[in-house]
Design a protein around this ligand. Structure first.
Ligand code: PGA
Length: 233
């Protein structure tokens, strides 16, 4: 059973999200664990019982009153089960730091939300053979501080997100095995490892065959139900 995490980002209007929420009910999910991660605005549209609901973010302020923030408690009250933390777009454009990521992870855990923690290298880091170094740093810095029951790590090379490029299958296999071993050695736990970055209906067949990859985090292709149907088939 593979995980499929649909990260809709800020892509849809209300009408589009409504249509998607209706169409998704017809998907055959018999062999997949589907997690839909819409814009927070549209979370209440997704009430289906045959998939899980995720949030694209969580506030680092759980107790403080802060305008514009969405707390873990609020997410939980909408039936959210998962939260994406550390996505490269948020690290880059929203200046998320290790400190705020740790706080967010803690706030998710306090509210019984499972964390999908994103890591990944830039193209330059890959060329300089620094991929493993970068990933170890991103994982160790954050997870050292917390105790999580279930560790889900999404490996998303920054240069593969939204570009149509993907690493070759051996590279993905090498990285996912590395992450699993790292988490086992550090925390004595089994990590669930997802791959993300230009996953689509044409490359999914080869990606599914990669050993040690438990599922996929899908951005661009995830807003099109026909494509999602082909991906999870
Ligand atoms: P993409 O996005 O599938 O459009 O590359 C993946 C992601 O950012 O999670």
């Amino acid at each position: 059973m593979k995980y499929y995490v649909l990260n809709h980002k800020n892509k849809m209007t209300y009408d589009e999200a409504l249509k998607f929420s209706e169409a998704v009910l017809d998907l055959d999910l018999s062999n997949s664990k589907l997690i839909i991660v819409p814009s927070a605005l549209y979370l209440p549209l997704f009430t289906g019982v045959h998939y899980y609901l995720g949030s694209q973010d969580i506030s680092s302020f759980e107790e403080k009153t802060v305008t514009g923030e969405i707390t873990g408690k609020q997410l939980k009250s909408l039936g959210v089960n998962y939260v994406i933390i550390g996505h490269s777009e948020r690290r880059e454009y929203c200046n998320e730091t290790d400190y705020s990521l740790i706080t967010k992870i803690n706030n998710a855990i306090i509210n019984d939300l499972k964390v999908i923690y994103c890591v990944g290298e830039t193209l330059e880091e890959r060329k300089l053979n620094k991929t493993f170094y970068k990933l170890e740093k991103q994982i160790a810095r954050v997870f050292n501080k917390i105790k999580s029951a279930e560790i889900i790590i999404a490996y998303e090379p920054i240069w593969a997100i939204g570009t149509g490029l993907t690493p070759d299958m051996n590279q993905i296999q090498e990285v996912s095995s590395f992450i699993k071993k790292l988490v086992k050695d550090y925390y004595g736990k089994k990590a669930i490892v997802l791959y993300g970055g230009s996953v689509n209906e044409t490359n999914i067949e080869s990606l599914k065959a990669v050993e040690n990859v438990d599922g996929f985090l899908i951005g661009g292709a995830s807003v099109d139900v026909q494509k999602v149907a082909k991906i999870i088939k």
